[in-house]
Design a protein around this ligand. Structure first.
Ligand code: HEM
Length: 342
């Protein structure tokens, strides 16, 4: 490759690596039906399987915390890259990737090469909440999809269900998310399920004591013991709150009465005054929860790595590595037009 081309590509790297300016209505001109198309597919998904929208909503958290909201999570493993799908917090747990595929297929038919998979996750998570009874909000769009993924980063970053409140406060603060954001975003567990695998330690051996977590209300614990016996099937699932298909503040009411499913949920009420305050407030005031949740989702959606990206054609694989797909034809025509590309 000629030195001139190298220099130009270096400059382009810098340009492309600046974080994208996210804004509402990003696709108004280029794909005006993008948001309504996502919503239509999400309606089909919830009708087919009510839990699937919770599973899709969870993808935003697992995508955005690992090197920003860039759909790195959606990449399948390749011979040279271990993706994030098999990372500790994701394996046998994240699901409903096929809903994202269905959305992407619909959008590629409508406006090929325009809507990023990273934005699809953000729009679909918003719709999941609304379709489950929560409030709708305006999402900022304009993200690019990553060119790679990192299983190692996911393993290092994503919190375990054993995490306690002070660990979670520290973790979220690294992402510019406040204690209120942490508690409100944990309220996403108002919908969906968790596996026995994620709670057996707290049922039978909390913190190596050989005893259950004392914060659990006894009748709730008995119910979970029946659902998840010692040496039972770790893939059996239970509900994360008492109304698992309705996005509401029941989750917080459950925490106040010792009926949190995950240790990382119950700890927000039982072991830390700084988070308990918000749990109590949200358990009494659903509107306050909804407002704080939306604020948290928007802040989480702002996380960006600043690395170069592309609009993937298929959310599971990066586009083939031609210069055109990497940089965009427009860039190449503008900057590299006179340079022979061979
Ligand atoms: C605060 C730290 C968090 C921890 C430790 C955590 C952990 C977990 C775990 C262990 C499960 C059950 C997985 C399984 O057993 O297979 C789960 C489910 C879920 N999480 Fe979280 N989570 C956290 C925060 C969040 C956030 C911020 C969101 C979204 C905004 C979210 C959305 C969900 C949803 C919707 C489900 C249910 C998914 C389904 O039914 O498929 N979580 N989470």
């Amino acid at each position: 490759m000629s030195p001139l081309l190298l220099l130009l590509l270096f400059k382009l790297t810098i340009a492309a690596a600046a974080p994208a300016q996210l804004r509402p209505g990003f696709y108004t001109e280029t794909c005006s039906e993008a948001e309504s198309t996502v919503r239509k597919v999400m309606i089909k998904a919830i009708m087919r399987e009510p839990r699937s929208v919770a599973s899709v909503m969870r993808l935003q958290f697992h995508d955005c915390f690992v090197n920003g909201c860039d759909a790195s999570l959606l990449l399948d493993d390749t011979p040279t890259m271990l993706g994030e799908k098999l990372a500790l917090s994701n394996i046998n747990s994240l699901r409903s990737f096929e809903v994202v595929d269905e959305i992407k297929e619909a959008l590629e038919k409508l406006c090929p090469g325009v809507v990023s998979c990273a934005d699809i996750i953000i729009m679909a998570a918003r719709d999941a909440v609304e379709l489950s009874g929560g409030k709708r909000w305006e999402v900022k769009l304009g993200r690019k999809d990553s060119l790679t993924a990192s299983q190692e980063d996911s393993n290092n970053i994503m919190p375990s269900p054993r995490a306690n409140a002070s660990y979670l406060i520290d973790l979220f603060s690294k992402f510019n998310l406040s204690i209120q954001d942490l508690v409100a975003l944990s309220g996403s567990h108002s919908i969906g399920n968790g596996r026995c695998f994620s709670i057996v330690f707290r049922l039978y051996n909390q913190s190596g004591t050989g005893r259950p977590d004392p914060a659990m209300e006894p009748r709730y614990r008995e119910m979970l013991n029946r659902l998840c016996p010692v040496d039972g099937d770790g893939n059996v699932t239970g509900y994360l709150d008492a109304t698992p298909q309705k996005f509401d503040n029941q989750y917080f009411k459950d925490l106040v009465s010792g009926r949190g499913f995950l240790n990382s949920d119950q700890t927000l009420f039982s072991s830390e005054a700084r988070t308990r305050e918000f749990v109590e407030r949200f358990s009494r005031d659903e509107d306050a929860f909804f407002a704080a949740f939306i604020e948290g989702m928007v802040k989480m959606g702002d996380l960006q790595s600043g690395r170069p990206g592309e609009i993937r054609r298929n959310c599971r694989v990066v586009n083939s590595r031609t210069l055109e797909s990497h940089w965009g034809l427009e860039y190449l025509q503008k900057f590299v037009i006179r340079v022979p590309l061979a």
